[in-house]
Design a protein around this ligand. Structure first.
Ligand code: PGA
Length: 254
């Protein structure tokens, strides 16, 4: 059975004390929940990863970084390495987020190097892919998605865990989520690509998350789609009440 994953991507938000308060409250909340097959992941800014993994050691939260360097170590001022993330016992790392692709020129080639380094260091990559509005409007969504997959997964074997996140760029932070049908169509395309390249058994184990303006009022319908295995949540993961509601929606569907 595939894991259901509710992952909060805080992006560049929250001060240290706000992060502390959030972790305290969410750990207490998770103590009262029977999460079963649902994993709750929080991806705070890297400065707070140690704080986060300290909380995770005592509770039912999993922790992810928001980015990692494509290089192993050395003269890369401002970057953090896969080995550093691993040394803090983080479970996940987001890579290829559309904000990194757009604002920091992250290419599929970089994403590919990062997958390899994360795998070598025992961290599960959350690989983000998705089309822009322009690409959707001119009808090339499927080509864009397949190209991103081909680029990211070149020479990658899947002996360890990996998670994918379909995040249409036009839905991120806009309040305009993809409809459950629009999302399912692309999730099913991604699943078929995984079957073709890694076989049915492996493809059936891989969680594919949807991301883009998830809110408590649209999440359930998205989660009910056969190939949507959770959410990568930006804005609504910053608000403790909304995030708790999203968790409870997922847990109820377990
Ligand atoms: P959003 O962000 O939920 O605020 O749209 C999602 C993401 O960027 O991962």
């Amino acid at each position: 059975m595939r894991k259901k994953i509710i992952a909060g991507n805080w992006k560049m938000n929250k001060t240290f004390s706000e992060a502390q308060d959030f972790f305290l409250e969410i750990s207490e909340y998770l103590d009262t929940q029977n999460c079963n097959n649902t994993q709750v992941v929080i991806c705070p800014p890297s400065l707070y990863l140690e704080l986060a993994t300290d909380f995770a050691a005592e509770s039912n939260i999993y922790i992810g970084a928001q980015n990692v360097s494509y290089a192993q170590e050395g003269a890369h001022t401002g970057e953090i390495s896969a080995a550093m993330i691993s040394s803090l016992e983080c479970d996940y790392c987001i890579i290829g987020h559309s904000e990194r692709r757009k604002l920091y020129s992250e290419t599929d080639e970089f994403v590919n190097k990062k997958i390899l380094l994360l795998q070598e260091n025992g961290i599960t990559p959350i690989v983000c892919i998705g089309e822009t509005l322009e690409e959707r409007e001119i009808g090339i969504i499927k080509d864009v998605i397949v190209n991103q997959l081909e680029g990211a997964f070149q020479n990658i074997t899947l002996d360890s865990d990996i998670v994918l996140a379909y995040e249409p760029v036009w839905a991120i932070g806009t309040g305009k989520s993809a409809t459950p049908q629009q999302a399912q169509e692309i999730h099913s395309l991604i699943r078929s690509w995984l079957i073709e390249h890694y076989g049915q058994e492996k493809a059936d184990e891989i969680s594919i998350l949807y991301g883009g303006s998830i809110k408590p009022d649209n999440f359930k319908e998205l989660l009910l789609q056969p190939d949507i295995d959770g959410g990568l949540i930006g804005g609504a993961s910053l608000n403790i009440e909304q995030f708790k509601q999203l968790i409870s929606i997922a847990v109820e569907l377990n």
